[in-house]
Design a protein around this ligand. Structure first.
Ligand code: DGL
Length: 273
Protein backbone atom coordinates (compact mmCIF):
# COMPACT_ATOMS: atom_id res chain seq x y z
CA UNK A 1 0.00 0.00 0.00
CA UNK A 2 1.33 3.49 -0.84
CA UNK A 3 1.54 6.27 1.75
CA UNK A 4 -1.36 8.00 0.02
CA UNK A 5 -3.53 4.89 0.18
CA UNK A 6 -2.74 4.52 3.86
CA UNK A 7 -3.57 8.17 4.53
CA UNK A 8 -6.83 7.94 2.59
CA UNK A 9 -8.21 5.25 4.87
CA UNK A 10 -10.84 6.70 7.22
CA UNK A 11 -10.63 7.39 10.94
CA UNK A 12 -13.21 5.27 12.77
CA UNK A 13 -15.08 6.86 15.66
CA UNK A 14 -17.66 5.17 17.86
CA UNK A 15 -19.89 6.24 20.72
CA UNK A 16 -23.00 5.04 22.50
CA UNK A 17 -25.03 7.51 20.43
CA UNK A 18 -24.95 11.13 19.35
CA UNK A 19 -22.65 12.42 22.12
CA UNK A 20 -19.48 11.28 20.37
CA UNK A 21 -20.28 13.78 17.65
CA UNK A 22 -18.62 16.33 19.97
CA UNK A 23 -15.39 14.39 19.36
CA UNK A 24 -16.12 13.89 15.63
CA UNK A 25 -16.79 17.62 15.26
CA UNK A 26 -13.45 18.52 16.88
CA UNK A 27 -11.61 16.00 14.67
CA UNK A 28 -13.32 17.44 11.59
CA UNK A 29 -12.45 20.99 12.66
CA UNK A 30 -8.81 20.21 13.34
CA UNK A 31 -8.29 17.70 10.51
CA UNK A 32 -10.63 18.77 7.69
CA UNK A 33 -8.98 16.41 5.19
CA UNK A 34 -9.77 13.23 7.06
CA UNK A 35 -12.30 10.68 5.86
CA UNK A 36 -14.44 9.58 8.80
CA UNK A 37 -16.67 6.62 9.61
CA UNK A 38 -18.80 7.25 12.70
CA UNK A 39 -20.83 4.62 14.49
CA UNK A 40 -23.44 5.70 17.08
CA UNK A 41 -24.89 2.84 19.10
CA UNK A 42 -28.23 4.61 19.54
CA UNK A 43 -30.07 1.28 19.82
CA UNK A 44 -28.17 0.34 22.99
CA UNK A 45 -27.66 3.86 24.41
CA UNK A 46 -27.06 4.80 27.21
CA UNK A 47 -23.87 3.03 28.30
CA UNK A 48 -23.27 5.17 31.38
CA UNK A 49 -25.35 3.13 33.82
CA UNK A 50 -24.36 -0.31 32.50
CA UNK A 51 -21.95 -2.92 33.82
CA UNK A 52 -18.36 -3.45 32.71
CA UNK A 53 -19.27 -6.78 31.03
CA UNK A 54 -22.03 -5.27 28.95
CA UNK A 55 -20.07 -2.18 27.93
CA UNK A 56 -17.04 -4.34 27.04
CA UNK A 57 -19.13 -6.57 24.75
CA UNK A 58 -20.65 -3.56 23.01
CA UNK A 59 -17.23 -1.96 22.62
CA UNK A 60 -15.83 -5.07 20.87
CA UNK A 61 -18.70 -5.11 18.40
CA UNK A 62 -18.35 -1.40 17.68
CA UNK A 63 -14.63 -1.79 16.98
CA UNK A 64 -15.25 -4.85 14.77
CA UNK A 65 -17.76 -2.84 12.78
CA UNK A 66 -15.27 -0.01 12.22
CA UNK A 67 -12.52 -2.45 11.24
CA UNK A 68 -14.83 -3.75 8.52
CA UNK A 69 -14.55 -0.25 7.04
CA UNK A 70 -10.79 -0.48 6.71
CA UNK A 71 -10.12 2.32 9.19
CA UNK A 72 -6.55 3.50 9.86
CA UNK A 73 -7.21 4.50 13.46
CA UNK A 74 -10.02 4.01 15.98
CA UNK A 75 -11.29 6.59 18.45
CA UNK A 76 -13.48 5.49 21.33
CA UNK A 77 -15.32 8.78 21.74
CA UNK A 78 -17.49 7.42 24.54
CA UNK A 79 -16.02 8.14 27.97
CA UNK A 80 -17.89 5.22 29.55
CA UNK A 81 -16.52 2.74 26.98
CA UNK A 82 -13.03 4.28 27.17
CA UNK A 83 -13.08 4.12 30.95
CA UNK A 84 -14.32 0.60 31.57
CA UNK A 85 -13.54 -1.44 28.44
CA UNK A 86 -10.64 -0.05 26.48
CA UNK A 87 -7.71 -1.29 28.50
CA UNK A 88 -8.83 -4.92 28.15
CA UNK A 89 -10.24 -4.69 24.65
CA UNK A 90 -7.37 -2.83 22.95
CA UNK A 91 -5.01 -5.74 23.66
CA UNK A 92 -7.18 -7.90 21.40
CA UNK A 93 -6.57 -5.76 18.30
CA UNK A 94 -3.55 -4.94 16.15
CA UNK A 95 -4.84 -1.47 15.35
CA UNK A 96 -4.34 1.42 17.77
CA UNK A 97 -7.42 2.54 19.62
CA UNK A 98 -7.46 5.93 21.30
CA UNK A 99 -9.88 6.58 24.13
CA UNK A 100 -10.82 9.96 25.56
CA UNK A 101 -9.47 9.34 29.06
CA UNK A 102 -5.72 9.70 28.47
CA UNK A 103 -5.91 12.98 26.49
CA UNK A 104 -8.28 14.47 29.11
CA UNK A 105 -6.08 13.32 31.98
CA UNK A 106 -2.90 14.70 30.38
CA UNK A 107 -4.54 18.07 29.80
CA UNK A 108 -5.81 18.25 33.40
CA UNK A 109 -2.28 17.63 34.70
CA UNK A 110 -0.84 20.38 32.58
CA UNK A 111 -3.57 22.91 33.44
CA UNK A 112 -3.81 22.43 37.20
CA UNK A 113 -1.66 24.78 39.28
CA UNK A 114 -2.89 23.86 42.75
CA UNK A 115 -2.81 20.11 41.96
CA UNK A 116 -6.48 19.63 42.78
CA UNK A 117 -8.50 18.25 39.87
CA UNK A 118 -12.19 17.37 39.61
CA UNK A 119 -13.63 14.75 37.27
CA UNK A 120 -17.28 14.51 36.32
CA UNK A 121 -18.83 11.74 34.21
CA UNK A 122 -21.38 8.96 34.08
CA UNK A 123 -21.61 6.38 36.85
CA UNK A 124 -19.66 3.84 34.76
CA UNK A 125 -16.83 6.30 34.16
CA UNK A 126 -16.62 7.50 37.74
CA UNK A 127 -16.94 4.01 39.28
CA UNK A 128 -14.07 2.78 37.08
CA UNK A 129 -11.77 5.46 38.56
CA UNK A 130 -10.00 5.53 35.17
CA UNK A 131 -9.40 9.27 35.04
CA UNK A 132 -7.98 9.33 38.57
CA UNK A 133 -5.70 6.38 37.75
CA UNK A 134 -4.55 7.97 34.48
CA UNK A 135 -3.74 11.23 36.30
CA UNK A 136 -2.01 9.67 39.28
CA UNK A 137 0.02 7.30 37.11
CA UNK A 138 1.65 10.42 35.68
CA UNK A 139 1.68 12.57 38.79
CA UNK A 140 0.86 11.06 42.14
CA UNK A 141 0.86 14.46 43.86
CA UNK A 142 -2.35 15.49 42.16
CA UNK A 143 -5.44 15.08 44.28
CA UNK A 144 -8.45 13.92 42.28
CA UNK A 145 -12.10 14.44 43.24
CA UNK A 146 -14.54 12.39 41.15
CA UNK A 147 -18.28 12.87 40.88
CA UNK A 148 -20.97 11.12 38.83
CA UNK A 149 -23.54 13.51 37.34
CA UNK A 150 -25.98 11.10 35.65
CA UNK A 151 -28.71 13.67 35.04
CA UNK A 152 -26.53 15.78 32.76
CA UNK A 153 -26.81 13.35 29.82
CA UNK A 154 -30.63 13.28 29.64
CA UNK A 155 -30.71 17.07 30.12
CA UNK A 156 -28.51 17.54 27.06
CA UNK A 157 -30.45 14.91 25.09
CA UNK A 158 -33.63 16.86 25.80
CA UNK A 159 -31.94 20.14 24.79
CA UNK A 160 -32.13 21.47 28.36
CA UNK A 161 -28.93 23.34 27.76
CA UNK A 162 -29.31 26.63 29.57
CA UNK A 163 -32.58 26.21 31.42
CA UNK A 164 -33.11 27.11 35.03
CA UNK A 165 -33.66 23.42 35.85
CA UNK A 166 -30.21 22.63 34.47
CA UNK A 167 -28.60 25.34 36.60
CA UNK A 168 -30.44 24.00 39.68
CA UNK A 169 -29.20 20.46 39.09
CA UNK A 170 -25.69 21.62 38.27
CA UNK A 171 -25.52 23.71 41.46
CA UNK A 172 -26.71 20.76 43.50
CA UNK A 173 -24.31 18.23 41.93
CA UNK A 174 -21.26 20.46 41.81
CA UNK A 175 -21.37 21.95 45.29
CA UNK A 176 -19.19 19.16 46.66
CA UNK A 177 -16.53 20.02 44.07
CA UNK A 178 -16.71 23.74 44.85
CA UNK A 179 -16.07 22.93 48.51
CA UNK A 180 -12.80 21.09 47.79
CA UNK A 181 -11.06 23.96 46.01
CA UNK A 182 -10.24 22.39 42.63
CA UNK A 183 -8.78 24.64 39.92
CA UNK A 184 -9.41 22.22 36.99
CA UNK A 185 -12.47 20.18 36.10
CA UNK A 186 -12.50 17.44 33.46
CA UNK A 187 -15.75 17.18 31.51
CA UNK A 188 -15.50 13.40 31.39
CA UNK A 189 -18.53 12.64 29.26
CA UNK A 190 -19.35 13.24 25.61
CA UNK A 191 -22.36 15.38 26.48
CA UNK A 192 -20.82 17.70 29.04
CA UNK A 193 -19.03 20.08 26.64
CA UNK A 194 -22.52 21.22 25.67
CA UNK A 195 -23.06 22.29 29.28
CA UNK A 196 -19.80 24.28 29.44
CA UNK A 197 -21.60 27.54 30.05
CA UNK A 198 -23.72 26.17 32.90
CA UNK A 199 -20.89 24.21 34.51
CA UNK A 200 -18.46 27.10 34.07
CA UNK A 201 -20.89 29.57 35.64
CA UNK A 202 -21.57 27.29 38.60
CA UNK A 203 -17.89 26.48 39.21
CA UNK A 204 -16.74 30.10 38.78
CA UNK A 205 -13.81 31.72 36.96
CA UNK A 206 -11.14 30.07 39.06
CA UNK A 207 -11.86 26.63 37.60
CA UNK A 208 -10.59 25.68 34.15
CA UNK A 209 -12.75 23.20 32.28
CA UNK A 210 -11.07 20.41 30.30
CA UNK A 211 -12.96 19.40 27.18
CA UNK A 212 -11.97 15.78 26.48
CA UNK A 213 -13.29 16.08 22.92
CA UNK A 214 -10.86 18.90 22.09
CA UNK A 215 -7.94 17.21 23.81
CA UNK A 216 -8.65 13.94 22.01
CA UNK A 217 -8.74 15.62 18.60
CA UNK A 218 -5.36 17.22 19.32
CA UNK A 219 -3.93 13.83 20.28
CA UNK A 220 -5.30 12.26 17.07
CA UNK A 221 -3.65 14.99 15.01
CA UNK A 222 -0.33 14.44 16.71
CA UNK A 223 -0.38 10.62 16.50
CA UNK A 224 -1.39 10.58 12.82
CA UNK A 225 1.24 13.16 11.98
CA UNK A 226 4.03 11.20 13.71
CA UNK A 227 2.98 8.07 11.82
CA UNK A 228 2.71 9.84 8.48
CA UNK A 229 -0.98 8.95 8.35
CA UNK A 230 -2.47 12.44 8.07
CA UNK A 231 -4.66 13.16 5.06
CA UNK A 232 -4.30 16.85 4.34
CA UNK A 233 -6.05 17.37 1.00
CA UNK A 234 -9.52 18.69 1.79
CA UNK A 235 -11.18 17.69 -1.48
CA UNK A 236 -13.33 14.58 -1.80
CA UNK A 237 -13.67 14.06 1.94
CA UNK A 238 -16.05 11.21 2.79
CA UNK A 239 -18.06 11.28 6.01
CA UNK A 240 -20.11 8.18 6.75
CA UNK A 241 -22.49 7.81 9.65
CA UNK A 242 -23.98 4.55 10.92
CA UNK A 243 -26.38 3.87 13.79
CA UNK A 244 -27.85 0.77 15.42
CA UNK A 245 -31.51 1.86 15.37
CA UNK A 246 -33.73 4.03 13.20
CA UNK A 247 -31.64 7.01 12.07
CA UNK A 248 -34.32 9.72 12.28
CA UNK A 249 -33.28 11.42 15.49
CA UNK A 250 -29.59 11.02 14.82
CA UNK A 251 -29.99 12.65 11.42
CA UNK A 252 -31.70 15.62 13.05
CA UNK A 253 -29.02 16.26 15.66
CA UNK A 254 -25.99 15.51 13.53
CA UNK A 255 -26.30 18.85 11.75
CA UNK A 256 -26.25 20.69 15.06
CA UNK A 257 -22.97 19.02 16.01
CA UNK A 258 -21.02 19.01 12.77
CA UNK A 259 -22.49 22.17 11.26
CA UNK A 260 -23.56 20.63 7.97
CA UNK A 261 -26.33 18.48 6.60
CA UNK A 262 -25.62 14.77 6.59
CA UNK A 263 -28.09 12.95 4.39
CA UNK A 264 -26.86 9.42 4.52
CA UNK A 265 -27.14 7.92 7.99
CA UNK A 266 -27.33 4.15 7.64
CA UNK A 267 -28.84 1.68 10.07
CA UNK A 268 -26.81 -1.46 10.81
CA UNK A 269 -27.36 -4.61 12.85
CA UNK A 270 -24.45 -4.24 15.26
CA UNK A 271 -25.11 -7.59 16.91
CA UNK A 272 -23.70 -9.28 13.78
CA UNK A 273 -20.20 -7.99 14.54
N1 DGL B 1 -21.26 8.64 25.65
C1 DGL B 1 -21.41 8.47 27.07
C2 DGL B 1 -20.14 8.90 27.79
O1 DGL B 1 -19.35 9.68 27.30
C3 DGL B 1 -22.60 9.25 27.61
C4 DGL B 1 -23.93 8.69 27.17
C5 DGL B 1 -24.16 7.29 27.68
O2 DGL B 1 -24.36 7.10 28.89
O3 DGL B 1 -24.12 6.40 26.86
O4 DGL B 1 -19.90 8.46 28.89
Amino acid sequence: MTDEQRQNRPIGIFDSGVGGLTVAAEVMRLLPGENIVYFGDVGRYPYGGRSREIITGFTRQNINFLLDHNVKYVIAACNSASAVALEAVSEEYDIDILGVIEPGAKAAISYSKNKRVGIIGTRATIDSDSYAKAIQRRNENIKVFSLACPLFVPLVEEAYIEKEATYLIARDYLKTLIDVDIDTLVLGCTHYPLLKKVIGTVMGDGVRLVDSAEETAREVASVLSVRNLLRTATDDVTLKFYVSDVPDRFSQVVKHFVGRNINNVTRVDITRY
